[in-house]
Design a protein around this ligand. Structure first.
Ligand SMILES: [Zn+2]
Length: 477
């Protein structure tokens, strides 16, 4: 296997158990793994430059682990800027996102995944947890593998139609979107895991993902996690995504969403709850006891007025030992799939809201965007930090960029000052996928052109109209 020595890196933020920061470090990549990382002299005594295949000058570079996006919708990438930012969560989902998704065909979805994963690599994201394909997980799996990124996906599933089908939902869409029962949904999802988990030499995993909340029955919530456990994989679904959802749950079932799933025996260590913003103090220990994971999506919270700082318990969850990763969510919900922007928000939101500078800051935000995300995905044995033996997933920053000129502490600069603009290279599994300003596995210009064309067609077909599409909802109430 080919070896690469990256010499004299100005810094390496390892995000290991001690948050070790190395200066004047060298790193050796052997095939798909990190074979050495440490002080340059030590590494080069073991791996002399004349005995490796490739030598890279790292003297104007800093290295950090690849970012792990704990919640994304790769089928949503063609919806940028389509929906207004005056919608609450439930109207957004039911009257805008669902009709949009209904018109994303299999080929649109393939382009959407290629586009989304390409942008992710340009933003330093090397691994994702995607909610899944609207058609077949294989579409997402193959497109992501083509780009070369690491990730987890599945197939969208729901089984509970609203009592009244709203305008904008076609019969065809309802038929396609809802399985007739939890049992049928779980059969299909099990087959998807058998078909796609471990694709591309294990780079892509397939889970038992479901949409979650009102469009899914309690049997589907509980059954998805139990099935995932039996198959040795995970599950992710949306839950406690807004205060409105929590209020409806309380009125109909007498319990908040997390309480309800806990009362049904549905929490477990292989569950990643997307959002988890409407959570009461008494629900935090339930998450901790069952080791359920949470994916916090700050951009979506801001755009859809979810109240991350008004009602969110993310700092309390972390204090209680809950693993909290960071997600971008889809580009319609959040506006972007840039995990560095989420890291920036995470580092500041709670300090500001609580007038307390000891709340989650840069160090914690970097951990949440890397190793904690990896732990949420059950992948921290191989990714999430820069350590010998782990997979070579990392980001090299160009320290000659204005964003880094000048700087003193690399962690403070990374979180508070820097954007993807100064990323020089993004590596996944030992391959430099983003380098010299482009993602090497795709024809970027052709992809952008096709994406623009397909996005315009979907918007036209979906018939979303700012003057006619509802901006409030009573669905499922
Ligand atoms: Zn989502």
């Amino acid at each position: 296997m080919a070896t690469t020595l990256i010499r004299n890196l100005v810094f390496a933020l390892t995000v290991d158990a001690h948050d070790t920061v190395l200066e004047d470090a060298s790193m050796v990549v052997d095939g798909d793994r990190i074979a050495a990382l440490g002080p340059a002299a030590e590494v080069e005594a073991e791996f002399p430059p004349d005995r490796v295949d490739t030598v890279v000058d790292g003297s104007r570079r800093g290295v950090v682990p690849g970012f792990v996006d704990s919640h994304v919708h790769l089928s949503e990438t063609l919806s940028r800027g389509v929906f207004p930012d005056t919608l609450g969560t439930r109207a957004w989902v039911f009257h805008w996102a669902k009709p949009f998704y209904a018109h994303v065909g299999p080929e649109d979805e393939r382009v959407s995944v290629l586009l989304g994963t390409t942008e992710m690599l340009r933003c330093g994201t090397t691994c994702f947890l995607d909610m899944g394909s609207q058609h077949d997980a294989g579409i997402t799996v193959r497109a992501a593998a083509e780009v070369g990124i690491r990730g987890v996906t599945g197939r969208h599933a729901a089984d509970t139609k609203p009592a009244e089908i709203p305008p904008g939902w076609t019969d065809e869409m309802v038929e396609h979107h809802f399985f007739p029962s939890a049992e049928v949904a779980l059969e299909v999802l099990e087959q998807q895991v058998h078909d796609w988990n471990g694709y591309a030499d294990g780079l892509i995993r397939c889970w038992v993902n479901i949409e979650g909340k009102e469009p899914c029955s309690p049997e589907l919530h509980v059954g998805a996690r139990a099935l995932a456990e039996r198959l040795g994989v995970g599950t992710t679904y949306h839950l406690a995504t807004s205060i409105e959802e929590a209020r409806v749950s309380e009125r109909k079932h007498g319990l908040w969403p997390v309480e309800r799933i806990a009362s049904l025996g549905g929490l477990g260590s292989n569950l990643v709850i997307a959002h988890g913003v409407a959570v009461k103090d008494t629900e935090v220990p339930l998450l901790a006891t069952h080791d359920a994971k949470v994916a916090f999506c700050p951009s979506t919270s801001l755009k859809l007025a979810k109240g991350a700082t008004a009602i969110g318990k993310y700092p309390e969850m972390r204090d209680a030992g809950v693993t909290v990763g960071v997600g971008t969510d889809g580009v319609a919900a959040a506006g972007n799939i840039n995990l560095m922007r989420q890291m920036y928000l995470v580092a500041g939101l709670f300090k500001d809201a609580r007038l307390d500078e000891t709340q989650i800051g840069g160090r914690e935000a970097l951990r949440m965007a890397t190793i904690d995300g990896a732990r949420a995905l059950g992948w921290d044995d191989e990714i999430g930090s820069l350590e010998v033996g782990k997979r070579a997933d990392f980001v090299l920053f160009d320290l000659d960029h204005f964003e880094w000129t000048p700087y003193e502490d690399p962690l403070m600069a990374l979180v508070w000052s820097v954007s993807p603009a100064s990323i020089a290279e993004t590596w996944v599994n030992g391959r430099a996928l983003y380098r010299d300003g482009r993602v090497v596995t795709v024809d970027e210009a052709a992809l952008r052109a096709e994406a623009r064309e397909r996005a315009a067609d979907i918007v036209r077909r979906a018939g979303l109209d700012r003057s006619a599409t509802p901006v409030t909802t009573t669905l499922y109430e």
